[in-house]
Design a protein around this ligand. Structure first.
Ligand code: OOG
Ligand code: MG
Length: 254
C-alpha cells in the first residue's frame, strides 16, 4: 500500500472509531493537491460502505475560521448522505472525537455547476438557500493540522444539519448570523464575512472541485463555510443557528 493510501485508511479508521490520529510527520508533509488525492481515497472507502456523495463543503472562507485553526487557504471536502442529520434531532457526542459546531449557509443546486463560472451563473444555478450547521471533527490530535493534513481529512467535515429551504434569489450578501448554545448567543457574525459574499464560495466550489475532477450536479448541497469561529460541543447542549431572513436550524447533543 502506498503512504497516501495508508493515510486515507488511517483517517477512515479514526472516523469509524472516533479516535484521534497523528498529523503527517514534518518530513512526510504533503501539499494541498496530494491532500485532495488522499481525501478522494478516503471517500472511496466510504462509497464502498454504501455512502453517497451529496454535495461539498467549503472551508476556511472567512477570517474568523482561518484565525481559529491557523490555515489561511480556502479548502473543500465532500458531504455524504451518512453525514446528514435530521434538523431538530440529536447528535451523539460519543460518535465524534472533539466535535465543534459552526453556522453555515447552504446552497442547493438545480443544475450542474463546474469550472470557471461567474457570480451570475452561480446565482442562476441555485434551487434553494438554507441555514445550516456543520459539525467539524478534525481526526487529528488536538484539532491541529497543516493545509495538507486538513484537506486529506475531508476538511474536518463530520456531519451537518439543514434548516428550511428559502427561495433561491434571496439576497445573502449581508445576513446577520447568531450561533446560540442553551439559549445564549455564543458566536455572532455576518454572511459578508464569507469571502465578502457567500456566492463567492459557490463560485470557488465550482472551480476548486473541477480542478480535482469532481463535478457539482443538480441536487447537490454546497456549504459556503462558516462566518464565525466554531464552538466545541458537549453532551447536554442545545445548539441553534439563526440567520436573518433564512430562519433557524437546531439540534441537541446527547
Ligand atoms: C477546517 C474546516 C473549516 C469552515 O467552515 O471554515 C470549515 C477546520 O476548521 O477544522 O469547515
Ligand atoms: Mg465549515
Amino acid at each position: 500500500m502506498t503512504t497516501l493510501a495508508a493515510t486515507a485508511q488511517r483517517l477512515d479508521q479514526a472516523i469509524r472509531t472516533a479516535t484521534a490520529t497523528h498529523q503527517m510527520p514534518e518530513a512526510e508533509q504533503f501539499d494541498a493537491a496530494t491532500g485532495y488525492a488522499v481525501q478522494a481515497m478516503g471517500i472511496e472507502l466510504r462509497r464502498r460502505r454504501g455512502e453517497m456523495v451529496i454535495g461539498v463543503k467549503m472551508g476556511l472562507t472567512s477570517r474568523a475560521k482561518m484565525a481559529q485553526v491557523g490555515v489561511d487557504e480556502v479548502t473543500w471536502g465532500r458531504l455524504t448522505d451518512a453525514m446528514r442529520r435530521e434538523e431538530g434531532g440529536s447528535l451523539v457526542r460519543a460518535d465524534f472525537i472533539h466535535p465543534r459546531a459552526e453556522p453555515e449557509i447552504a446552497f442547493v443546486l438545480k443544475r450542474r455547476l463546474s469550472g470557471t463560472v461567474s457570480l451570475v451563473e452561480a446565482a442562476l444555478a441555485i434551487e434553494a438557500v438554507a441555514p445550516a450547521v456543520e459539525i467539524i471533527d478534525s481526526r487529528y490530535e488536538n484539532f491541529r493540522f497543516s493545509l495538507g493534513d486538513v484537506v486529506a481529512d475531508n476538511s474536518s467535515s463530520a456531519a451537518f444539519f439543514l434548516g428550511p429551504y428559502a427561495r433561491p434569489d434571496l439576497d445573502v450578501a449581508n445576513l446577520g448570523i447568531v450561533l446560540t448554545i442553551d439559549g445564549r448567543p455564543r458566536e455572532i457574525g455576518s454572511s459578508a464575512a464569507i469571502l465578502g459574499h457567500p456566492l463567492r464560495a459557490l463560485v470557488a466550489a465550482a472551480q476548486m472541485t473541477a480542478r480535482a475532477g469532481h463535478v457539482l450536479e443538480a441536487g447537490d448541497i454546497v456549504l459556503a463555510g462558516a462566518a464565525t469561529a466554531a464552538v466545541p460541543l458537549e453532551a447536554g447542549m442545545q445548539v441553534e443557528a439563526e440567520m436573518q431572513s433564512l430562519g433557524r436550524v437546531g439540534f441537541s447533543v446527547v
